[in-house]
Ligand binder design. Structure first.
Ligand code: BG6
Length: 482
């Protein structure tokens, strides 16, 4: 591994408020990421972490939750680092909608902060139903520092549909300004995703080839082997279209297909992505929904649930570079393997058109289970024969010395005040405008058109998803490690 890159270290001291101290996002992602930052010596001189929740809890209990979450995520824990980290962990119990409690909280915060020069960040690991109360309280009490205004981190899903996303924006903007709001989609913290733009525009061979002239189809797959893992409360109300496609996979698509931004600013990147998302054309008949067979037996799932745990869809872009190129997206739970990748298939050349069953050239950008880039080329078999066989040229693009988990990386961006790797509401609305009509169509047409097709656990999803792509003369490309 090359190690000549600069190690990103938090640029300023910070105080982090974690709303919903035992919320699943904090436990699964944020706490392990904070340990990772501490263990890689990326923390500033003075940083403090405070859990804020309604439950009355001793600080020791919160420290235990924190430590256990870190231990569940990391195999080797350095005792000294953990001890030092836990010294900076605090707990405050208060109501989300109480201004009085937030005033006392501010006093509490001031007491534990050593340096005045710092940023304050609030991370929400609570159900969206409590957002409004928290925004109001945080907005009414002055948590800004001399150095910066309070920053807020909110994770996807941003609303449940266009209307609720608009409401979220309205409520947020009542108390905060754009530069204070960090809308987090953890996929944008993946090295391979943020690399998508650079890859295309830093390599002229790729920028020359990646357009409707040479590309026959694009496939974006996010297959997961795990089921809903006890998250019925969340998942059964949402489904895979909202959970994975509206957010992560449309973001990947936007990054991959947008024009290079005219200037190097987060605004230009947001504009470019929003433009792609607004150009999406999709017909409700080109959506396949599936549900794994034992889904209705999951604790908390209703016996007549029609929530899709799998979806495959075909869309096109009304976009200068990509008009007419079919784009297939699929994602599902409880499938054969965990595998996330973008596969770009190229049009057949002269030889490929003459010789049947010859593989197309492909570019594969894999995000899970590890990040790599792969070219599929054809070379002649030895000797006199004119038969060809595919070869793969592959390279890991995991990271080049400055390796961090998605949440660690994104958290550092917030501390440093950079918004490039976060979303803005224009993109979020554009993505809901793609998904909403598909859901509305189902509400109108009811069961016949939309009830999900049952599929076996550990399979590749419903057959209908294969037909969706095969009727256009293509096939899903699968390359998960066995
Ligand atoms: C989350 C979804 O946003 O992303 C989960 O809510 C999903 O349902 C997860 O499992 C997948 O993330 P990753 O990074 O493991 O591909």
């Amino acid at each position: 591994m090359e190690t000549n890159s600069v190690h990103q270290i938090a640029k300023s001291n910070f105080t982090l408020f974690v709303y919903g101290a035992s919320g699943s996002l904090a436990k699964l992602k944020l706490f392990p990421a904070l340990y990772e930052l501490a263990s890689q010596k990326r923390m500033p001189k003075d940083y403090q972490i405070i859990g804020y929740a309604r439950t009355t809890m001793k600080v020791e209990e919160f420290k235990l939750i924190f430590e256990e979450s870190v231990r569940a995520a990391h195999e080797n824990i350095d005792k000294d680092i953990m001890k030092k980290l836990l010294r900076r962990v605090h707990y405050f119990s208060g109501k989300y909608d109480s201004i009085e409690d937030h005033k006392s909280f501010l006093n509490f915060v001031r007491k534990i902060e050593k340096e005045k020069k710092r940023v304050r960040i609030a991370y929400l690991s609570v159900p969206p139903s409590t957002f409004t109360a928290i925004f109001k309280s945080l907005g009414k009490v002055n948590f800004n520092t001399r150095m910066s205004r309070l920053r807020l981190i909110i994770e996807k899903p941003f609303g449940y549909d266009l209307q609720s996303a608009k409401k979220l924006k309205r409520v947020l903007y009542k108390s905060f300004q754009k530069e204070q709001i960090y809308l987090l989609d953890h996929y944008l913290g993946k090295e391979a995703v943020s690399n998508l733009l650079s890859l295309r525009y830093a390599n002229s061979i790729l920028s020359a080839l990646l357009s409707k002239k040479y590309v026959s189809n694009i496939q974006i797959s996010a297959l997961e082997s795990k089921d809903i893992e006890g998250r019925a409360n969340y998942f059964d109300n949402v489904g895979i279209l909202r959970d994975m496609i509206q957010s992560h996979l449309l973001q990947i698509l936007a990054y991959f297909t947008m024009f290079a931004p005219e200037e190097k600013s987060s605004e230009a990147i947001h504009r470019g992505k929003a433009k792609v998302l607004k150009s999406i054309r999709i017909q409700a008949k080109n959506v396949v929904r599936g549900q794994y067979k034992s889904y209705k037996n999951e604790k908390g799932v209703s016996k007549d649930s029609t929530t899709e745990t799998y979806a495959a869809l075909k869309l096109t872009l009304n976009h200068k570079l990509w008009k007419g190129v079919p784009i297939y997206i699929r994602s599902g739970k409880a499938l054969k393997a965990k595998w996330t990748a973008i596969v770009i298939e190229f049009k057949h050349g002269l030889l490929q058109s003459k010789q049947k069953n010859i593989e197309p050239n492909r570019l594969l950008i894999q995000l899970q289970p590890f990040e790599k880039i792969e070219f599929h080329l054809l070379t002649k078999l030895g000797g006199k024969t004119f038969d060809f066989h595919p070869i793969k040229a592959a390279k890991l693009i995991y990271c080049s010395g400055d390796c961090l988990s998605e949440h660690g990386r994104l958290f550092l961006e917030v501390v440093d005040g950079r918004q490039d790797l976060f979303l803005n509401f224009e993109e979020i609305f554009a993505a809901w405008r793609v998904i909403d009509p598909l859901q509305n169509y189902c509400n109108k047409m009811g069961e016949i058109s939309c009830s999900p097709i049952l599929y076996k656990k550990a399979s590749l999803g419903p057959k209908a998803a294969d037909l969706l792509i095969e009727k256009d003369g293509f096939k899903w490309f699968n390359a998960f490690p066995s």
